[in-house]
Design a protein around this ligand. Sequence first.
Ligand code: SF4
Ligand code: MG
Length: 318
Amino acid sequence: MEVKNLKKYYPIKKGIISKTVGYVKAVDDVSFSIYPGETVGLVGESGCGKSTTGRSLVRLEDPTSGQVIFEGKDLASISKKEMRELRTDLQIIFQDPYSSLNPRKRIGDLLAEPLLAHKLASKAEAAEKVNHILETVGLSKHYKNRYPHEFSGGQRQRIGIARALMLHPKLIICDEPVSALDVSIQAQVLNLLKDLQKEFNLTYIFIAHGLGAVKYISDRITVMYLGKIMEMAKTKEIFEHPMHPYTEILLNAYPVPNPHMRDREQIVVEGDVPSPAHPPKGCVFHTRCPFAKDICREKVPELNGTDHLIACHFPLSQ
Ligand code: SF4
Ligand code: MG
């Protein structure tokens, strides 16, 4: 998948005639590629546009502009009908699977639903598939007669994953799939995602606000701030040679087993993320960056580089 100059702006309306007085720039000119079989982690504080990016890639949101090329087709401009056909290839797993599971339906019916809706199987075939997929995600096939409220958080997330797998997707957007789970359960779900990736040759975009889970699961990491990509590189590179001040700050917030292991001096950030309705001029990070200079307040730094991409006028030296 190749994402080119993706933007998602939400109009801010005011008054009785709903005049547009401005825009919330949730995703602002984002470009990156995802290769088959890899996991790209998307990290940043809440409100930085990670979820909106993920949702735009599978057309749960209509992008304002830009392209999302998937196997030669631009998902940003195809019709809803064409998108429905591609829906089998592109799935999403949510942070809170419970809210996306109809509480009045049995798990077996919930899982069979997409297969039947896309007319991909008979009822008997779908039932067979449900048994198989429940076991694939580590649940008993006998669970299919139960209702969503009868499961724990970790089990519900397994059901969410099972549902995403029913249509044999190629790419899955994992939108904070472990953020709401206990730490001990997080590891189990992450291992399950890793195993399934190998078994079904899946490609993941893994969204998270912290670096812990992302480090464990991602081949590459994309760091976002206020709708823009700050840095993108291989996971090892991001952890060992971060070049963007914001990445460095995220790393400092990431708990390390032995604090004396840190050889770098800690950079401290103050203040909250500004509103995406009024992003700062120039580099969007300049209001919180300890290294900001005049040019940072005027000129937007471009995302430059080949394997290690960075958007900063004064990248950290190695
Ligand atoms: Fe900081 Fe300037 Fe780099 Fe932005 S461009 S991150 S303000 S040094
Ligand atoms: Mg989110």
